[in-house]
Design a protein around this ligand. Structure first.
Ligand code: ZN
Length: 328
């Protein structure tokens, strides 16, 4: 039994092969503070310092490899020596410890940059939950606005006491076009916004992911689904197109879908889009009036009006978030 590892083809035991020649970089003269600072030597040291920077993070900054010794190169030598030896003279001498250590470190594998975790890929439903607090705030403030208006309306014997607050509602629901039904219509709006809040509070059950559908790329709610618990209609689905919409747009869509959902069966649909603001566009079969022209009973069945009023009441501004610029 031959224990010689290098016995090749019966030639006897050979000496192990020599290690590969050292690839150490060398300098002929000193580089750095009070050094000779030859250009090629300086480039060698600058390259080694940059290697050290990539592998250990020290020196902190990469040098320009230009063969010139200035404060940055001397500073980098000091920084490297302090980190490695605890003291520094700012100079690299041929065959001395600094050049040796620089070479040792250059052979290490460069440190990988810290992995930046990829942002989580959220589903449409998760993107809906992101903005649920905002949508809930809007709807809550819409309810507060309507309740205050109704109280003051009753207190003043059926007269509008705060025209500004009334106009905020009127811009979207045109209550002035049914002057004898202002109180009843305010009560109905309060009831519907309250149901939207109840829907939002049950979002864990009601909000679902849905497939992309040609005529409904963002979100969909069966009209009156709220009345049908335990059925396939008792859900609001969010579609792939929803994912890339901005937060205000998504939040407006939550309110819009919420309105479809909480009205009666086939009640709250589309009569006019809120775009382009302020007049909007007629929407749906046979509708000819734009957003500003809708009859009260149409506006109160128009999902877009529910979203736009909630935003107006909550922010004090008639933003028309939704389909106009979906990145907002
Ligand atoms: Zn809709």
């Amino acid at each position: 039994m031959d224990h010689c590892l290098f016995n090749i083809k019966g030639t006897g035991c050979l000496a192990p092969p020599p290690p590969p020649p050292s690839a150490d970089a060398t300098i002929q003269f000193s580089v750095g503070l009070n050094g000779v600072n030859r250009r090629d030597d300086t480039e060698t040291v600058q390259t080694l310092l940059n290697n050290a920077s990539a592998r250990t993070g020290v020196p902190k900054k990469l040098l320009k490899v230009d063969g010139w010794v200035g404060p940055l190169t001397v500073g980098a030598i000091h920084e490297f020596q302090k980190a490695q030896f605890g003291s520094s003279d700012g100079r690299v001498d041929p065959n001395q410890k600094t050049i040796r250590r620089l070479n040792e470190i250059s052979k290490l594998t460069p440190a990988k940059p810290p992995a930046v975790p990829a942002p989580p890929v959220l589903t449409p439903r998760e993107r809906a939950f992101e903005v649920l607090p905002l949508a809930t705030l809007w709807v809550s403030l819409a309810s507060v606005h309507l309740n205050i208006l109704l109280s003051s309306f009753k207190f003043n014997g059926g007269k509008i006491a705060d025209p500004t607050a009334f106009n905020t509602v009127n811009t979207h629901f045109h209550l002035d076009r049914e002057p004898n039904k202002v109180e009843a219509n305010l009560q109905e709006l309060i009831r519907l916004y309250g149901l939207i809040l109840r829907t939002f509070s049950d979002a864990q059950t009601i909000f679902l992911d849905g497939p992309a559908v040609a005529n409904s790329p963002f979100a969909d709610a069966p009209m009156g689904g709220f009345q049908l618990p335990g059925t396939e209609f008792h859900r609001i689905t969010f579609r792939p197109g929803f994912v890339n919409c901005g937060p205000n747009t998504r939040s407006a869509m939550l309110v819009h879908e919420g309105a479809h959902f909480v009205g009666g069966i086939n009640e709250i649909s589309h009569f006019a889009m809120e775009f382009p603001a302020p007049d909007g566009q007629p929407q749906g079969k046979g509708n000819v009036r734009n957003y500003a022209q809708l009859l009260t009973k149409e506006a109160m069945r128009n999902a877009s009006s529910f979203a736009a009023f909630a935003i107006h009441a909550a922010t004090g501004t008639d933003h028309r978030y939704g389909a106009a610029d979906i990145t907002k």
